[in-house]
Design a binder for this molecule. Structure first.
Ligand code: SF4
Length: 249
């Protein structure tokens, strides 16, 4: 059971537990290594590039650099090679990243404003549980603030499950409780491949439900509820070989 003083929750921990409690146990309690995946490297690279591009003090305006060249420079410097099966696959992915950033540049450069914060860490409590995380970008917006989280999904989601909305809810709570931002005007997920921003209307009732979800998940983990929950991603789960659901078969 995970009971140490260091125990904390985050959106990704809750999402992993929600998908399969046993997988959560393998990762966070047994601390088994997870598979290196190229899509994590790709997503982390894009996040880093955009973090630096919107940096409040070191953006291209301050550095006096042409923005599109600067985006490419950032891509080269921050490219993460981990998880690609071959050099060819990696080069293809890098080319795709260049295309995405060029599209991003063309469609966003005219409204460019440096962020107020980038990659802002937070920590706050919900009941007895500590929730930690990091907000990608906080912009000033009409006497208030706008929270943006980048996504590099290949498919633009049109429907969101309750668990997907937990992330914006956590950011909203974090901005108010941990970062001292009172007037949060909006929380958006920005789908970089599509240059599309989806903004959520987080009603009080939903925020309350989100808090309950956090507490419920924390309690289940402390109780040691780690039943396997077979799901659509079992075929790519790195623990399939030791998972009782598949081992017995
Ligand atoms: S194979 Fe499926 S059921 Fe087993 S641990 Fe992985 S995600 Fe859970």
């Amino acid at each position: 059971m995970e009971q140490s003083k260091e125990f904390h929750l985050s959106f990704s921990r809750i999402a992993i537990y929600e998908a399969c409690p046993l997988r959560y146990k393998f990762i966070y309690i047994d601390k088994l290594p997870t598979a290196e995946r190229s899509y994590f490297s790709f997503g982390n690279t894009i996040h880093k590039v955009l973090e630096l591009f919107y940096h409040p003090e070191h953006n291209f305006v301050v550095l006096k650099k042409p923005p599109s060249e600067y985006l490419n420079e950032l891509l080269e410097k921050n490219w993460i090679s981990v998880g690609y099966k071959s050099k060819k696959e990696e080069e293809k992915a890098k080319e795709e990243a260049r295309r995405i950033l060029l599209k991003f540049y063309r469609e966003n450069i005219f409204g460019f404003k440096p962020a107020r914060f980038v990659e802002k860490n937070f920590s706050f409590n919900v009941g007895e549980f500590k929730v930690i995380g990091r907000i990608d970008r906080v912009d000033e917006d009409n006497n208030g603030f706008k929270i943006i989280d980048y996504k590099t999904n290949r498919i633009l989601p049109r429907l969101f499950k309750e668990i997907d909305l937990l992330q914006p809810a956590i950011y909203y709570m974090a901005a108010k409780r941990a970062l001292g931002i009172e007037n949060v005007n909006s929380v958006s997920l920005f789908f970089v491949r599509f240059n599309e921003e989806i903004t959520f209307d987080l009603k009080e009732e939903f925020l309350k439900k989100s808090e309950e979800k956090i507490v419920k998940t924390g309690e289940a983990i402390l109780r040691g509820d780690f039943e396997p929950r077979p799901n659509g991603k079992c075929s790519t789960c790195e623990f399939r070989g030791i998972c009782p659901v598949f081992k017995e078969k």
